[in-house]
Design a protein. Structure first.
Length: 180
């Protein structure tokens, strides 16, 4: 199965809100499987369709490092229906190279979504899974975690990124924290 190309900031596709999936049928399965493989290969704990240039509301997540695959989530049209408390989490993103920052999120969320098997489910989450769900749903709304930090920090990152791109270093692999 071919891996999908992960789009990187400032690719314009990352700013476009994704559209709800109107009909869940088998035609989505191959695409979702490619997303899963791309997420694991990256490696990352979450991936949203706009990150691979697809404008549909689909996300995949696996935040369980101990047992890869055991708690894999494939979610279609996910929505946060309840949230509670707040938490500051240091986030990184497969679409934002060489940068992490503290982001304020809800500490607990309840997310409603559809599975590829056409089942409507509700997921209650806290910790990394809660953060990852909010981060991926942000991607579906055309938002990156760097849109949730101060303008000064974002500008500093933009400048550093421009320098990396100019020096041809933007594609280098860098060890980093968990990528969402
Ligand atoms: Ni991300």
């Amino acid at each position: 199965m071919a891996l999908l190309r992960i789009r990187k900031f400032p690719d314009a596709v990352l700013k476009q809100p994704a559209k709800p999936v109107a009909e869940i049928d088998g035609r989505l399965d191959g695409f979702i499987e490619s997303m899963v493989q791309t997420m694991y290969a990256a490696p990352g704990v979450g991936l949203a369709a706009p990150q691979v240039g697809d404008p549909r509301r689909v996300i995949v997540l696996d935040t369980d490092h101990e047992n890869p695959g055991a708690h894999l989530l494939k979610l279609i049209n996910p929505e946060v229906v309840e949230s509670e408390g707040s938490v500051i989490w240091e986030e990184g993103c497969l679409s934002v190279i060489d940068f992490t920052a503290d982001v304020k999120r809800a500490a607990k969320v309840m997310v409603r979504a559809w599975t590829p098997e056409q089942k409507e489910i509700e997921i209650e989450a806290d910790g990394l899974l809660a953060v990852a769900l909010q981060h991926e749903i942000d991607h579906l709304d055309g938002k990156l975690f760097i849109d949730r930090i101060s303008r000064i920090k974002r500008e500093l990152y933009r400048r550093r990124l421009a320098k990396l791109i100019k020096e041809g270093k933007a594609d280098e692999q860098r060890p980093s924290r968990v990528q969402i």
